[in-house]
Design a protein around this ligand. Structure first.
Ligand SMILES: [Zn+2]
Length: 75
């Protein structure tokens, strides 16, 4: 599984990345946060950050001796 295979596991739309702060780039939704003011905030990440985060999950699974399953960010 390469980076392209990983990005194909997510749905992409133009937005801002919460992690690197780039805007108007292809992003995927990782989470939604409801603020105390009642506003729902969509937490989105760009492709480069999604790949970084997936590699982090891969290393964590390796450390813990569990199986890494790509595509699980935000779930
Ligand atoms: Zn980013």
């Amino acid at each position: 599984m390469d980076d392209e295979d990983i990005t194909r596991l997510y749905l992409w739309a133009t937005g801002s990345c919460f992690r690197c702060a780039r805007s108007r780039v292809e992003t995927t939704s990782l989470n939604q946060i409801d603020t105390p003011a009642g506003v729902r905030y969509d937490v989105r990440a760009c492709r480069a950050c999604v790949i970084d985060l997936e590699y982090e999950r891969m290393r964590r699974a390796d450390r813990l001796g569990t199986r890494y399953v790509p595509g699980g960010l935000g779930s």
